[in-house]
Design a protein around this ligand. Structure first.
Ligand SMILES: [Zn+2]
Length: 287
C-alpha cells in the first residue's frame, strides 16, 4: 500500500513519477474511497457503541413514558372471562402516528382505530371489548400519547360565535358498570332478568332496529329461572312493550364508561352549549 502523503504524491506527480513505486498503479479516487470506508468500518465497532449509549441517554426519560401501563376498565370485571377488569396500554409510536395520518384518505376510520387499538393494547382481544370500554381505552390512549389537554372549537348554537375550548380529559367523569345494571326486575312481567352486554364484534347483531329486535334474546341470559334461549325468545315476543323497552335500554344503551360530551357557556350570549366529543382523527393529535 502506498504510504506516501498527499504532499509526496504531488511532488512525485510534478516530478513525472505518478505511481510512487513503479509496481503499483496509482489509486483512482474510487479505490481510495473504498479503502477509506474499510478502514472506517474496522474502527466502527466502538463508534456504534458510543452511538447506542448517546441515544440511550437522549431517550432516558422517553423510555419510561413509552412503557406499558395498566388501566381499569369501566366494565369492572363484570363482563369478561375470569372477571378480567384491567388491560395494558402504551402510547402511540411514530408508526402508529403514520397509520393515523393515513386516516384522511381512508373511508373507514373505524378500521384505522381498530388497528391502533390492536397495536397499543394488550390483554384482551379488541373485538371482545364492549363499545363503552373501547371508547374509554381510546380516551386513555389519547391522554398518555398527546397529553391531557384537548383543544376543541365550537360554534355557539344560538349566536354562532366560535369559542376555542381546552378540554381536560381527566375532568370527564367515568361511571363504572355495576352488577345491578345487568340484574333487574321487568316492570310488567315482574320477572327478575339477567342480561349480557354486547361486544364490539356483536355490532352486526344490533346495527339496525330489526336486527336489534330479532337478536335481543341472545343478550338475555335469564328471565326468572329460565335460561333456555327458545323460551326467552318466545317470552320477548309476548311480553309488553314496557318490558321490551327496559330490556333494550339495559342491553343496548347502558349508562357507564366515560362521558362523551361537555358543556360550556358562550362568552358572547351566555348560552349553555353541549359539545359532543368526536373520536375522529383530530382527537388523536397533540394540541
Ligand atoms: Zn353564543
Amino acid at each position: 500500500m502506498n504510504q506516501d502523503s498527499i504532499v509526496d504524491l504531488v511532488k512525485q506527480h510534478q516530478a513525472g513519477n505518478p505511481g510512487g513505486s513503479p509496481q503499483e498503479a496509482p489509486k483512482t479516487s474510487q479505490e481510495g474511497a473504498v479503502d477509506h470506508k474499510a478502514q472506517m468500518m474496522s474502527e466502527n465497532i466502538p463508534v456504534d457503541k458510543n452511538v447506542e449509549a448517546a441515544l440511550e441517554a437522549l431517550l432516558g426519560k422517553v423510555k419510561s413514558k413509552m412503557a406499558w401501563s395498566e388501566i381499569v376498565l369501566p366494565s369492572q370485571g363484570l363482563l369478561y372471562p375470569d372477571g378480567q377488569k384491567t388491560i395494558r396500554i402504551r402510547p402511540f409510536t411514530f408508526e402508529d402516528e403514520r397509520i393515523l395520518k393515513s386516516m384522511d384518505g381512508i373511508k373507514d376510520p373505524d378500521a384505522v382505530i381498530e388497528r391502533l387499538l390492536r397495536n397499543a393494547t394488550d390483554g384482551l382481544e379488541v373485538g371482545e371489548l364492549t363499545p363503552h370500554d373501547r371508547v374509554y381505552v381510546l380516551y386513555r390512549l389519547r391522554g398518555i400519547s398527546y397529553g391531557d389537554g384537548y383543544e376543541v372549537s365550537h360554534d355557539c348554537d344560538k349566536c354562532s360565535i366560535t369559542s376555542k375550548l381546552e378540554l381536560s380529559i381527566k375532568s370527564l367523569t367515568t361511571t363504572n358498570l355495576t352488577r345491578e345494571h345487568m340484574v333487574f326486575n321487568l316492570p310488567d312481567s315482574e320477572q327478575e332478568c339477567e342480561v349480557k352486554l354486547p361486544r364490539m364484534q356483536d355490532e352486526h347483531l344490533y346495527n339496525n332496529n330489526s336486527n336489534l329486535m330479532n337478536n335481543m334474546h341472545m343478550f338475555v341470559y335469564r328471565v326468572g329461572n329460565i335460561t333456555d334461549k327458545t323460551i326467552i325468545e318466545a317470552f320477548i315476543h309476548k311480553t309488553t312493550v314496557r318490558d321490551i323497552d327496559t330490556l333494550r335500554n339495559r342491553i343496548f344503551a347502558p349508562e357507564y364508561g366515560m362521558e362523551n360530551h361537555f358543556f360550556y357557556t358562550c362568552a358572547g350570549c351566555s348560552t349553555k352549549n353541549k359539545v359532543d366529543i368526536q373520536l375522529n382523527e383530530n382527537f388523536f393529535t397533540a394540541s
